[in-house]
Design a protein around this ligand. Sequence first.
Ligand code: HDD
Length: 706
Amino acid sequence: MAKRSSKKDLKTADLQSYTTDAANQFMTTDQGLKMNDDHNSLKAGDRGGTLLEDIILREKITHFDHERIPERIVHARGSGAHGVFRLTKSLKQYTKAAFLTDTTQETPVFVRFSTVAGSRGSTDLARDVRGFAVKFYTTEGNYDLVGNNIPVFFIQDAMKFPDLVHAVKPEPDNEIPQAASAHDTFWDFISLMPESTHMILWVMSDRAIPRSLRMMEGFGVHTFRLINEKGAACFVKFHWKPVLGVHSVAWDEAQKISGKDSDFHRRDLWEAIEEGRFPEWDLGVQIIPEKEEHRFEFDLLDPTKLVPEELVPVQIIGRMTLNRNPDNFFAETEQVMFSPAHLVPGIDFSNDPLLQGRLFSYTDTQLSRLGGPNFHQIPVNRSVNTIYNNQRDGHMQMQINKGKAAYSPNSIGGGCPFLSREAEGGFTSYAERIDARKIRGRSKSFLDHFSQAILFYNSQSAPEQQHIKDAFSFELSRVTIPEIRQRMVNTLTNVNRELAQYVASRLGLPVPKKVMPVTNGAIPADGLPKDYNPVKKNPPVKKSAALSMAQVKSGTIATRCIAVLAADGTDAAMVMELKKKAGAKGAKIKVIAPRLGALKASDHSIINADETLFNTASVLFDAVYIPGGAKAIEALLAEPDAIHFVNEQFRHCKAIGAAPDAAPFIQNTFVKEGAGISLNGNVDRFLKDLGLHRFWEREMERKVPA
Ligand code: HDD
């Protein structure tokens, strides 16, 4: 188990000065007036009307009336946590950023994970991209790495972002569906935007339904620049690699979790941190020398492309540990604002046109979301450095700026605040040489839309490919306009004919025999240059192991949750053995029984039921174990919910363990011997299976109607 840092970091100390705790305090009004009655309004007599004079009632209701703020345009649903980033390998050769060069520094961070399309109250398990935004409170100012759990994006130019978001959000006439891409407008847009093909394969893969926020990768997506002390630059791609491995749930499971516990990811993150099992990620970089900018078949500035790890390996340079839950969701997780424009010396942007547009959007959106230009003063957003500049006033100004001179140059204020030279940490933009014409257009190097989609698909294991086929079939079957479905199938022929044929057959469409031409829907038939249409290139490498979740298993069972089905008469020794062995490896068990309370075990000891068959569900657990005990097995056999529980675990390809005398129960389920199934009471083997996460090949054999 990770240790909580005893040293109070600069940001935690800063936040503490804003934190209040009402324990043992008198209630006051917002003006600090102690209150005598918070239950009754002031009336003209016992049964009379309420008086306008009632300042206490008015203050309370007024504050309540205004306590909501607009939710984020996208990424509205999120979960946040505090933590620390520790650098293990200095990048001094490439950058002057202190937090990436000084291995003695511990940089406080705040991280917010999110879904993109759904509203604040939507389900965690939507099929969607996950936001992965990290704010580093560095000694040189805030640096935000505002990434996703998918390394590429739908579009190549920020100009198309409002269109993308309008297409994926609920349809504007009836606001349906919530937090789902399976609807006409989304697929209409995607089927007309061949540049989305690579990203849409990721989104139809299991990456879009993570098992836990703690078990997903993060990516900076764009190519950024690093600049060293000597002013020399290189390109960089950022990666977050989770220590617990990269894991997903099954689509059927995701949909059921959304009903059983729509806070599944949020709860999982919160509980892991509360239990001291701190989520961790390694920070990795891919460094590309500036002179190799044109080394690749694809364009480094194109955000629909990744750099395969086979071409440029990922170097691990540090580890991030999330070790503290927010004290207040609204104050911290809701009010935190991230922006890719938040930079420190030593890091700079590239000309990626998607990134360039983002640099404007993030601060702009806060003006309406957080109500004015002083959002940087909100505690969670404040830099640990004191802010000195000539920006003044505005809504909710918190800082009391002394002095008369709010302009520069000035002599009245002694020329303060001073500007810093580069050597003193003053930020300068990278002096990139530019010699170009102003054009509204797109580089030809951006027109290959399929090579990396092919690479991604070819890198998947057979079950992963099957999941992609099923996801396309599911989503497109929800599209009501046949032409849109057909256009999407045509696009897929450019990625993999068998994939296209499978999806077509599930949709009842003619099965395409050849690769179908796909054009960019933005080009009017009569006008603009035709050369925006896709061109075909070969994938940069044939396969890339890093793209398949089947290849990045961690083997650990830490923080996994095992359901133990029990009843009166359960074999206590088996439960104890499982508890001890699972606990030693960092997993936890929950006893699930037909009722809550104390169960009388086979040896007359007491086992407490944590949950019941009627208040929880199989989809909320990573594995199930059925200990022996003849009486308990008889009781469980009489519970259809127990049978369903185990069948569903089987269907979702989870590890299943049972004692030999649980056989009469197992015989009434669909479970049969095979990978991930140990029916001889071997706890060690069961726990090893759990570390493999899922046995997806099981569903290739036969489906279980659970
Ligand atoms: Fe964005 C939020 C990530 C493209 C405009 N974005 C937002 C968040 C994440 C990302 C993680 C949530 C931050 C938080 O938790 O508060 N966005 C990305 C990535 C992109 C991307 C990885 C492509 C590589 N975004 C993108 C474009 C634009 C925006 C092209 C507009 C031109 N994004 C926004 C926004 C949001 C936002 C509207 C909504 C709330 C906010 O910024 O603070 O400005």
